[in-house]
Design a binder for this molecule. Structure first.
Ligand code: MTE
Length: 330
């Protein structure tokens, strides 16, 4: 008997993302042309061929207002088509101005205004613990040693219920792990952020919090193909507020696992303590997998609100990435 092998949901071609600005511009364009009907702006009602050039011009013009000025686009960046999703991309300038980064501020809309004194270069990253190839590397040498730099569009969901759709660039965490060769005894990977209250006002203000910020994954989680080391966002290097120069991205987990501005990566036998799990263990578990059926003790996790548009969606278990990760937890 033959089996039907269905592609994973996010690999089906109709799930290819339409960047939000293209989507909106197409709608806008169609409206101008007098064809637009709400809800049918994609696929079936593509603009007629004669209008394509005009649509491109309109797209470029509209993109200008969505982008953040002064960040140099990276060359030769390829989007990995396996990691695209149908939901509209969050506008860059909305993501840029709404961040969680307690080292700087507890006010999400203030973080971007407080990062100027923080300099992500020069920067060193240390690899240590139970590993065959420990070392300390200058960040750009380290990043350049990974050949498979790619862009991935991921959902990004904070435990506070806000969400985004973000194009990260970087490389799979599994590539890093294979390169440094952890010992068999290593069961966890621990990440540590920088600690410098002279440039990070939040570290001064909230001096009783257990700085530096730390996070950790099991080795099985870290080797999952979704676990990503981001060195950039929206086609350029990471700006300070998104965790320059290097951060973790684990899109099936609440955003607090995606630690920013990493200075150290260690391999350990025992489960390391982690920042929010230490501060409020009853509210922030170690695993922190996204699950609409498990409410936060102070709020429901059933819905999420998109930054930039305010659209509300039902939260998906594992943030919609169950095909990749559910087996880790069976
Ligand atoms: N990393 C550090 N070092 N400090 C933080 O406060 N906040 C986390 C995570 N990584 C945080 C961090 C939380 S709660 C979230 S939701 C995401 O970063 C937010 O990432 P973004 O601002 O790039 O969207």
């Amino acid at each position: 008997m033959s089996h039907l092998i269905l592609p994973k949901t996010w690999q089906r071609p109709e799930k290819e993302i339409t960047p939000e600005n293209v989507f909106n511009n197409r709608r806008h364009f169609l409206k101008l042309m007098g064809f637009a009907t709400a809800g049918i702006a994609g696929g079936l009602l593509a603009p007629p061929a004669f209008a394509k050039g005009m649509e491109t011009k309109l797209t470029e013009w509209m993109m200008g207002s969505n982008r953040v000025a002064g960040l140099k686009p990276l060359e030769n960046l390829n989007r990995n088509p396996d990691f695209t999703i149908r939901r509209a991309m969050t506008k860059e300038n909305a993501a840029f101005k709404y961040n969680n980064f307690y080292e700087f501020s507890a006010e999400k809309e203030e973080v971007w205004k407080t990062v100027d004194a923080f300099k992500p270069r020069p920067w060193e990253i240390e690899i240590g613990g139970l590993v065959e190839k420990p070392g300390v590397y200058a960040i750009d040498d380290f990043i350049e040693s990974f050949k498979n730099v790619e862009e991935r569009v991921y959902r990004h969901r904070c435990v506070e219920t806000w969400a985004m759709v973000v194009p990260w660039n970087g490389f799979p965490l599994s590539d890093l792990i294979k390169k440094v060769q952890p010992e068999n005894k290593a069961k966890y990977i621990k990440f540590t952020s920088f600690d410098d209250p002279t440039v990070a006002p939040g570290q001064k203000r909230f001096s009783d919090l257990p700085w530096p910020y730390t996070e950790a994954l099991t080795m099985a989680e870290a080797m999952n193909e979704l676990a990503f080391v981001a060195t950039g966002i929206y086609g350029h290097d990471l700006p300070g507020q998104h965790g320059a120069p290097i951060r973790l991205v684990t899109p099936w987990k609440y955003g607090f696992k995606s630690i920013k501005s990493i200075v150290k990566i260690e391999f350990t036998e025992n489960r390391p303590s982690t920042f929010w799990n230490t501060v409020i263990p009853k509210e922030y578990g170690f695993e922190a997998n996204i699950d609409p059926d498990v409410p936060h003790p102070r709020w429901s996790q059933r819905r999420e609100k998109m930054i930039g548009t305010g659209d509300i969606f039902a939260t998906m278990k594992y943030n919609g990435y169950g095909d990749y990760v559910a087996e880790l937890y069976e």
